[in-house]
Design a protein. Structure first.
Lengths: 563, 274
């Protein structure tokens, strides 16, 4: 089918197009130079923004922990539900929506690619089954490898290449996309009832430090030529004074970066930018982190912005979730995934009037505004840890308008307000910078060649928003910008119009992207590995891999490794 | 004054949030008949299920008083979120009666289903029969319990009465099931007769008064002393010696649990600790 998006203001930062009035032609799900204007279906986008479909680098949308979160929170469902329509299926949930609803809600905001950042390898099948049920958006998942016993053992012995081979086997057999590290070393230590306190604390039994794990997997990542960098949730997350750890984590891979390419992605950075000795003296460490990131080019990060709402926190960081449980006294799930990782879930309510929560809210925005290069920081809420993803339009308004920030700042805890850096920041982002932070930058960091831009040959994932950049000043009329980003005028996925004025027109399946890592020699299952599977796992290795027929729409990306 | 008569015996559950004085106010009988009600999975009009009559001779010309005659035990969410007015039900009533209600009064001359007065914020619910489980308790999983208002039950109630209650009062002139005042944070629960086990489990503040038999007090409660009387509200004081326990210590709670001394001779062993 041919499609022509006419006369929109196109923002395509990867191709250097900044608000130019032009037409976008689509044929067979790809962007093409031109189409037959008489035959093609035309979409009139005059006076509207045309951007590539949104890309979300970090959003917990599927998998065993998300489903446990759903089970834990029936009260999250009964106030937020969507009845079925002739096209869409019904669904429930505000902070942990059901699979179908997740897809619809993302599509309504013009998002077409979403990454689930934490898949316990053992639970990979569950994650992919949920992916199959998330319509419209393309998705991929990062297996949690930072505390896998194989990785810890081989890295301790310095056998990087062998480690790389096993990581390649793991990514391919779990159909994952990148290497995720969560509190490296800390999760294994949590199995012994403790946590690591810094990059140089030793993990019991394995005698390895978080620094060695991060550096080791960074090298592995490079050996395997993976499209994304290592995706790191730092140690000491959610503890006052942890900005030092975040900076040290970035520093520890400084020498591994090549040709100014990123080597590390620090995720939900807001949660690791706390200064101060305890919760009472908590302050923002965003300035120090921003200074470091502004001076270096090997790190990217995402915000992890806090939204004042009742949400559900879920991470693989078991010890952090335990601390959160002790803090909130709320109900709590804790899980230990055999040899691989751990997990925890705690419902959490961010309140405006709480000093700590208001400071957290401020830190996220400060980071986004103080880091000068939008290609280095991306917009996320770490859904649902900082807040549900449906709050993205609010964040866009805060980033684009000083007035919007001021309006919220007026309502937050007065002590937090007086200490916030936000009143001193004049920067207001433009539509181009927003396009970078919500799609182009994320696609570039992820190494997705066909996403996040509207160049010829790219996937025809397009979002059209009903706001005119020529007549609307986002700084003053932030409410109309917010409204526009909340409900895309049109979302086009693979050349099909799926959303019109915030209404789903078509229920199409989204693809699951995964890496087919091809090592120089095919990976052999050694006797040693079989023995370990027998000894350590409850699942036999023959049953362990996710075969391709598990994925309803499979989109493998072949990667040639150097080992 | 509006009178509602069910036209048939209901088999399927009905969700009737619209039976609410705030909705009926300033509406004609015809408009009221057009209001939507879910019966099972199909949407019906109120007029198809109920006969609506307006009592014009009454001295109350407004439609803020509703009387329902007949068995309503399948009808849920009557008076949900109501703020003013009065509902009287001459018969039994279904689940979620007066959910999140903020004001006004509901009187039931019969039994009520589960979750009556769930998450209520104000107003009065008076039930002359029995009430089922989760009286005044929040929706499953939620910890946002009752925040105000008063619930009076003249019969017995089921389990988990007043779970997560944050304020307000529940008075039961019959017996209560297990876990009365579970995770209670504030407010008062009075049970005139017997009370099932584990009363006040995980409570942090508030008061539970048991006038009848309480089989056992949780081991995480400590005895504070013997009191001559217990006050329910300004003009209602129960004069009888009570054991006073404080707890629940697992939650570092300071909740007060009064248990009538005479009806509970088995608790005399606690006196040794005083």
């Amino acid at each position: 089918m041919e499609l022509l998006v006419k006369n929109g203001f196109v923002y395509d930062p990867l191709n250097g197009i900044d608000g130019e009035k032009m037409d976008i032609a689509v044929k067979d799900g790809k962007i093409v130079e031109k189409v037959n204007e008489r035959k093609a279906k035309k979409i009139d986008a005059s006076g509207m923004l045309v951007m590539p479909g949104g890309v979300d680098i970090h959003s917990h949308i599927a998998g065993s922990k998300v489903n446990s979160g759903r089970l834990l929170r029936p009260e999250d469902h009964f106030k937020d539900f969507e009845p079925k329509t002739p096209i869409t299926r019904s669904g429930v949930g505000y902070s942990v929506p059901s699979t179908f609803t997740t897809g619809y809600r993302y599509a309504r905001m013009g998002y077409t690619t979403v990454m689930d950042p934490a898949m316990a390898p053992l639970e990979a099948k569950h994650t992919h089954e949920e992916f199959n049920d998330i319509p419209i958006i393309d998705k991929a998942s990062y297996p949690l490898l930072g505390d896998w016993w194989f990785v810890l053992e081989y890295l301790r012995e310095g056998r990087i290449e062998e480690c790389a081979r096993y990581v390649a086997w793991m990514i391919t057999s779990t159909k994952g996309y990148a290497i995720k590290l969560v509190n490296p070393g800390g999760l294994e230590t949590w199995g012994f009832g403790h946590n690591v306190r810094g990059l140089d604390d030793q993990v019991p039994y394995f005698c390895i430090t978080p620094r060695e794990i991060i550096r080791g997997l960074c090298k592995v990542n490079k050996l395997l030529n993976l499209p994304h960098t290592i995706h790191v949730h730092t140690n000491n997350l959610g503890k006052p004074g942890n900005y030092v750890t975040a900076v040290e984590t970035m520093k520890c891979v400084e020498d591994l970066a090549l040709e100014n390419k990123p080597a590390i992605h620090i995720t939900h950075c807001q949660f690791c930018a706390f200064k101060g000795d305890d919760w009472r003296t908590l302050e923002s460490g965003s300035e120090d982190i921003a200074n470091y990131v502004n001076g270096h080019s090997h790190a990217t990060m995402d915000m992890g912005q806090v939204i004042f709402a009742d949400t559900t926190t879920m991470t693989a960081d078991g010890p952090f979730q335990f601390a959160l449980y002790e803090l909130s006294g709320n109900k709590w799930v804790n899980h230990d995934v055999e040899t691989e990782t751990s997990g925890g879930i705690v419902p959490f309510h961010y309140r405006r009037k709480s000093y700590v929560h208001a400071v957290q809210w401020s830190i996220g925005l400060e980071l986004a505004l103080l880091i000068r290069d939008p290609w280095k920081i991306f917009m996320t809420t770490d859904h649902p840890n900082g807040g549900p993803f449906i709050a993205y339009p609010k964040i866009i308004a805060w980033l684009m308008s000083r007035k919007a920030r001021g309006a919220t700042l007026k309502k937050v805890n007065p002590r937090a307000r007086s200490r916030s850096l936000l009143p001193s920041i004049d920067r207001e982002l433009g539509f181009c910078e927003i396009a970078i932070m919500t799609r182009a930058g994320q696609a570039k960091a992820l190494g997705l060649k066909d996403k996040g831009h509207l160049g010829i040959g790219a996937d025809a994932d397009i979002a059209i928003y009903n706001v005119n950049p020529e007549t609307t000043d986002p700084s003053r009329k932030y409410k109309s910008v917010r409204r526009a980003f909340k409900q895309a005028a049109n979302t086009i996925k693979d050349g099909k119009i799926v959303v019109n004025d915030g209404e789903i027109l078509k229920h199409v399946g989204g693809a699951t992207m995964w890496l087919d890592v091809q090592t120089l020699e095919p990976i052999k299952i050694t006797e040693e590995m079989k023995r370990k599977f027998k000894e350590y796992w409850t699942v036999e290795y023959e049953n362990y891999p996710v075969t391709e027929h598990y994925l309803e729409v499979s989109r493998p990306i072949t990667v040639k490794a150097d080992v | 004054m509006i009178h509602l008569y069910p036209k048939k015996e209901f088999d399927l559950p009905l969700i009737a949030e619209c039976i609410n004085p705030d909705v009926f106010q300033n509406e004609t009988c015809e408009k009221i008949e057009q209001l939507k009600i879910w019966e099972g999975n199909s949407q019906k009009k109120l007029g198809e299920l109920f006969k609506v009559e307006e009592n014009q001779t009454a001295s109350q010309p407004e439609k803020t008083a509703i009387t329902i005659y007949g068995d309503m035990s399948k009808v849920r969410k009557i008076g949900a979120c109501m703020q003013n007015g009065e509902i009287m039900i001459q018969g039994n009533v279904g689940m979620h009666l007066g959910e999140e209600m903020k004001g006004g009064k509901i009187t039931v001359h019969g039994d009520a289903g589960g979750w009556a007065g769930s998450m209520m914020k104000g107003g009065v619910i008076e039930i002359h029969g029995n009430a089922s489980d989760y009286l005044g308790a929040p929706y499953r999983g939620s910890s946002e319990g009752m925040r105000g208002g008063k619930i009076i039950i003249h019969g017995n109630v089921g389990s988990e009465t007043g779970a997560h209650i944050q304020n307000g009062m529940i008075k039961i002139y019959g017996s209560a099931g297990q876990f009365a005042g579970f995770r209670m944070r504030k407010g008062i629960i009075y049970v005139q007769n017997d009370c099932g086990g584990r009363a006040g489990a995980c409570m942090t503040e508030g008061t539970i008064i048991v006038g009848g038999l309480l089989e056992s007090v949780l081991p995480t409660f400590s005895i504070e002393g013997v009191r001559k009387k217990a006050k329910i509200e300004e003009d209602e004081v129960v004069e009888s010696p009570f054991y006073l326990f404080l707890g629940d210590l697992t939650e570092s709670g300071k909740g007060r649990l009064y248990v009538a001394k005479e009806k509970n001779p088995h608790l005399r062993i606690y006196e040794r600790l005083l």
